[in-house]
Design a protein around this ligand. Structure first.
Ligand code: MG
Length: 205
């Protein structure tokens, strides 16, 4: 599938394989005709560009939730730390500046609503049914569980739940996303769709 994107996606920092990006775009193109989409874990906006471009075509809104302080693996001294995204003054990661820059460059400021907050906090007063939820947040068990427990219930009937970084083999990657993937499977609330690389997909019954 050739997806026409508003910017050179290679310039956007992030961790998303091409086949996964295409699957997200395809699902979002279909789903956003029915209502808004929410992604959790925007980082610098790579998946946001794909989801947002799909939403824009349907004149739909994409909520992009991230505390923008980086996940465990992005922190100073950790494997995926990026010094460009470190706020020396605050002594904290700050990916929001880069995220905003990318949304502006991609002409998505009229489509994407950034929510700069922790997942549980953002969900506290949430009442809007979502046509699709994409979970790509922290990989600690606590973070993944918070994302699942806070947002899976907001997927509308017939909507899509997508979870990134599913590694059934522990040697391939962390197990927290796979743990919530199995929870979704066992919940009886979702039909399991074929995986795309490490992207788990469900349809809400
Ligand atoms: Mg991910």
């Amino acid at each position: 599938m050739a997806i026409s994107l508003p910017i050179d996606i290679e310039q956007v920092k992030g961790f998303l394989a091409e086949d996964e990006a295409e699957a997200l775009f395809k699902a979002a193109s279909e789903m956003s005709a029915r209502g808004p989409i929410l992604e959790i874990g925007s980082y610098c906006g790579k998946s946001t560009v794909y989801l947002g471009t799909a939403c824009k075509a349907n004149n739909a809104v994409l909520y992009a939730l991230d505390h923008h302080r980086g996940s465990e693996e992005h922190q100073l001294g950790e494997e995926y730390h990026d010094a460009d995204l470190y706020d020396q003054g605050a002594g904290l990661m700050d990916t929001f500046r880069e995220f905003r820059k990318n949304m502006r460059a991609a002409n998505l400021e009229d489509t994407v609503v950034p929510i700069v907050a922790a997942s549980r906090l953002a969900s506290r007063g949430w009442a809007t049914p979502l046509s699709m939820v994409f979970i790509d947040g922290g990989h600690s068990l606590d973070a993944a569980m918070a994302d699942y427990q806070s947002w899976a219930s907001h997927v509308m009937s017939g909507g899509i739940l997508a979870i990134h970084d599913i590694f059934p083999d522990p040697d391939q990657g962390g197990q927290a996303p796979y743990t919530i993937y199995k929870l979704a499977e066992a919940s009886g609330l979702f039909e399991t769709l074929p995986m795309v690389n490490t992207l788990g997909l469900f349809r809400k019954i």
